[in-house]
Design a protein around this ligand. Structure first.
Ligand SMILES: Nc1nc2c(ncn2[C@@H]2O[C@H](COP(=O)(O)OP(=O)(O)OP(=O)(O)O)[C@@H](O)[C@H]2O)c(=O)[nH]1
Ligand SMILES: [Mg+2]
Length: 459
């Protein structure tokens, strides 16, 4: 493969630094004091661990495959030591386990090898979750087969491909096949090449590659033949005195080509891959934080709006003077808008709050103005009832409660519209204020809100 951009050590360093800077920024933004109340600790922890991984330049290589294909044996052969347990019984490895590979990264990066249980060992969803989780954390995947690929292996490959990690197909146990069969199987595996693809650290490089090979992703896929733990065989030993004996001999493992491929890959684009994968993980964490933030704020916003709706209703109910209702109402609405602004951590001066309030009230057209009108009407009725004395107490009660609930309902509507505006980052969107506010108000069911206010406050 010719010289490529990401192979340039300088470019790799730049990728790493960019990823670091971007994750640090995300951490300082979300780790900020006002965000602490949010339930996003797992995402922050993930960001921190991604950053740690970048700082220590640890590359994770995970091995996958069905039971007994020799996954653990392949890792042992790479390690040069029998650290991981292997055996002829299916399901020797039960849990993912990681081992440091001291001379794997050619000294420039640290490498962790992750052994996993056979993909057909654990049941359906658990298996697929485990595989996805491990694959997501790794920077390179080794998929071990030991001959013709089965349907299950094919499906597993497709599933792993979703993690978008570079993948090397390891054809193990080649010592078990005569040369001819070996070639035939190898060719079949090569035809599979189109199934998976190797993502590139930079889109540009991908474009160059695709151009150079007519868009065929095969050139970036790797199939390597190995014999991680060749079977012992009986050899005929002829001694100088002419006697012949048979001895068992265990041939050495053959994984040199695989080791070299991995080291080349890590040297060429290890740090860029690391940066790329870190950014992918960071992006997932950030998306999750953003989603939770809106969800959580919405809940709190709803509570706040409801609190103000009740305040306003009570204030109106106990206040016998009509004109004060209207003024007091506006003041409550403004306070509500400012509180919501604080909740969403958006700047909200008196001026912007009252501008927003006016937009909402006027864009709502008949609905809100109707409330103002009825406020005046009920208010007058209430004032009259209050001054005509105790005989009119029922009339006072009815009018006051109706008006109070209506006022609360008004606050609820203003609050809901303001909340939507703030949630969308202080914009009404391309449809403009009128359309958006009307559709929000249509969704706020007056009967439900009025009923709830009446039940909660005046029952
Ligand atoms: N002939 C031959 N046998 C091998 C080779 N590699 C591994 N084996 C044997 O295959 C069996 C399974 O090897 P493991 O490494 O335990 O396989 P695994 O994929 O980790 O299996 P599980 O952990 O059970 O999923 C063992 O008996 C190994 O000795 C090889 O290259 N050639
Ligand atoms: Mg194993």
């Amino acid at each position: 493969m010719g010289k490529n951009k990401s192979g340039d050590g300088l470019a790799q360093g730049v990728h790493l630094n960019q990823a670091r800077a971007s994750i640090r920024q995300a951490l300082s933004q979300y780790g900020h004091r006002h965000m602490r109340s949010l339930p996003v600790q797992p995402e922050l922890d993930l960001l921190k661990s991604v950053l740690d991984k970048l700082d220590n330049t640890v590359i994770r290589i995970a091995v996958f495959g069905l039971v007994s294909r020799g996954k653990s044996a392949v890792l042992n052969a790479l390690l040069g030591e029998k650290i991981l347990q292997t055996g002829p019984i299916h399901g020797v490895t039960q849990w993912p386990r990681s081992v440091r590979w001291t001379d794997g990264g050619g000294g420039r990066v640290q490498v962790e090898l992750i052994d996993t249980p056979g993909l057909d060992e654990i049941a359906g969803q658990v298996r697929s979750d485990m595989a996805q989780q491990v694959a997501q954390q790794s920077d390179l995947i080794l998929f071990v087969v030991a001959g013709d690929i089965t349907r299950t292996e094919y499906d597993a490959l497709l599933e792993l491909q979703q993690a978008q990690k570079p993948l090397i197909l390891v054809f193990n146990k080649i010592d078990l096949y005569p040369e001819q069969d070996l070639e035939a199987i190898y060719r079949k595996l090569q035809q599979l090449g189109g199934v998976w693809s190797m993502p590139c650290p930079s889109g540009q490089e991908h474009a160059e590659d695709a151009g150079g090979t007519g868009g065929n992703l095969l050139t970036r896929n790797e199939i390597v033949r190995v014999a991680a733990a060749p079977m012992s065989r009986q050899v005929r030993v002829e001694l100088p005195d002419g006697t012949v004996s048979y001895e068992w001999e265990t041939p050495p493992s053959q994984v040199d080509e695989l080791r070299q491929k991995i080291i080349d890959l890590l040297n060429r684009e290890g740090r860029s891959l690391l940066a790329l994968n870190a950014l992918v993980q960071a992006r997932e964490a950030e998306t999750s934080i953003a989603r939770k933030t809106v969800e959580y704020r919405s809940e709190q916003g709803e509570e706040l709006i409801w609190k103000f709706a009740r305040y306003k209703a009570i204030a109106v109910a106990v206040n016998p003077i009509a004109l004060l209702d209207i003024m007091g109402g506006a003041v409550t609405d403004l306070a509500l808008i400012r509180e919501l602004g604080k909740l969403y951590n958006l700047p909200m001066t008196n001026y912007t709050a009252s501008k927003l309030w006016k937009t909402i009230v006027f864009s709502s057209g008949g609905l809100m103005l109707g409330e103002l009108g009825s406020s005046l009407l009920f208010g007058l009725g209430k004032t009259t009832a209050a001054v005509t004395g105790a005989t009119a107490i029922t009339a006072f009660g009815g009018a006051a409660i109706a008006q109070a609930c209506l006022a609360g309902y008004g606050a609820y509507k203003v609050g809901t519209a303001a909340q939507v505006y703030l949630e969308q980052g202080c914009t009404w969107g391309p449809l403009g204020a009128n359309t958006v506010i009307k559709s929000i108000l249509d969704r706020v069911d007056s009967n439900t809100i009025l009923y709830r206010l009446r039940q909660e406050l005046f029952h």
